[in-house]
Design a binder for this molecule. Structure first.
Ligand code: COA
Length: 332
């Protein structure tokens, strides 16, 4: 049986640190409210003179390659998860392919928001298992800071979303590896967390700049209560689904790496699964919610801190816009 295995992890975040204190100078909010509701203390925002989704992804990818003792030339396919591409089209995969100088290889874009990295991992896993590719670069990278409304009107999202990139390299292995992935969606809730424009299904005049300047249609809109209520249910469901599919119990999890949506959501899941603090990796305090980048950034840090050891059972789980939710169980 052919499995796929993560052989390298890397991440890159912008240098600019945005503290809660800074946010309280540009909108009506405060450190206490943000920490109590989200757990976030600071996050990174891009510097327009330096950072793009594509080049942050390339930096994360190069670290992952180096840790795997591989080079760019070894990559034969890219799966790129982002909902904040550098261009409306083409997608970010081709920009990363260009940045890494990988002539002609395929590059696929995945747009499943906070679940994007697990969706991307699942696609790459199938390609490796089928024998189609040998070394796949899977990336989650986002620049959310330019799509949030940095005013009191947008404070429920401005304090949460942030920028960064994470990468994983997958290769075949004769032992697991990725044990299983589980993907779900429910589009009835699409507008509970979304950026409306530049959507195509509008009268032409609504897509003209003078019509859109004064709207919130290009900003993140979120019904925080709805997101929270669904997230806590779906996270648990999809983690249990992964355990069940592999004949495992919650006691078998060595490390849970949840999408860094909100510290309160992670704490809720931790309690339900009766996991110790050292069994759940959280870095939302330092980076906020970086959507598709949050899981690979967290995995990269957890690996660097020695928290993912050979044979450990690692559980990834995510929930986000769509709504979409997903999990992956990995034997490290
Ligand atoms: N600072 C201060 N006050 C804020 C605020 C901020 N950044 N954002 C919202 N508020 C205010 C609201 O305006 C509201 O004021 P009001 O009572 O005068 O109307 C009050 O705080 C409570 O708002 P509410 O939205 O009910 O708060 P909440 O307890 O639901 O917390 C979230 C808001 C966004 C933190 C919470 O809903 C949440 O975490 N949701 C999940 C979000 C998430 O995980 N998203 C990512 C999914 S991938």
């Amino acid at each position: 049986m052919r499995y796929s295995k993560i052989v390298g992890l890397g991440h890159h975040v912008p240098e600019t640190v945005i503290t809660n204190q800074y946010l309280s100078t540009v909108m009506e909010t405060n450190d206490e409210w943000i920490v109590e509701r989200t757990g976030i203390k600071e996050r990174r925002w891009m510097d327009p003179t330096k950072d793009t989704v594509g080049n942050m992804a390339a930096k994360a990818a190069r670290i992952a390659l180096q840790r795997a003792s591989l080079t760019e030339k070894d990559i034969d396919f890219i799966v790129f998860a982002t909902i904040t591409p550098d261009y409306f089209f083409p997608g970010s995969g081709v920009l990363l392919q260009r940045e890494l100088g990988l002539e002609g290889i395929g590059a696929l874009d995945i747009r499943n928001a906070c679940s994007g990295f697990i969706y991307a991992l699942s696609v790459a896993d199938q390609f490796i298992k089928s024998g189609m590719y040998k070394t796949i670069l899977v990336v989650g990278a986002e620049i959310q800071s330019t799509a949030i409304d940095v005013s009191t009107r947008g404070r429920n999202t401005a304090v949460i979303f942030a920028d960064g990139a994470g990468a994983a390299i997958l290769q075949p292995s004769d032992k697991p590896g990725i044990l299983s992935t589980h993907l779900h969606s429910d589009g009835r809730f699409a507008e509970e967390l979304y950026v409306r424009d530049p959507g195509s299904s509008r009268p032409r005049e609504e897509r003209q700049p003078e019509q859109i300047l004064d709207t919130t249609h290009f900003k993140v809109v979120m019904n925080g209560n709805q997101v929270f209520k669904h997230a806590v249910v779906r996270f648990m469901e999809v983690i249990n689904e992964a355990l069940h599919a592999n004949g495992m119990k919650k006691e078998d999890i060595d490390l849970l790496v949840p999408h860094q949506a909100n510290l309160r959501i992670s704490q809720y899941i931790q309690e339900k699964l009766a996991l110790r603090d050292d069994q759940v990796y959280n870095n939302i305090m330092r980076y906020g919610n970086t959507t598709a980048a949050s899981i690979p950034i967290a995995m990269s840090e957890a690996w660097a801190e020695g928290k993912m050891k050979e044979n450990d059972v690692i559980c990834l789980a995510a929930f986000g816009s769509g709504f979409t939710w997903a999990s992956a169980l990995i034997r490290w």
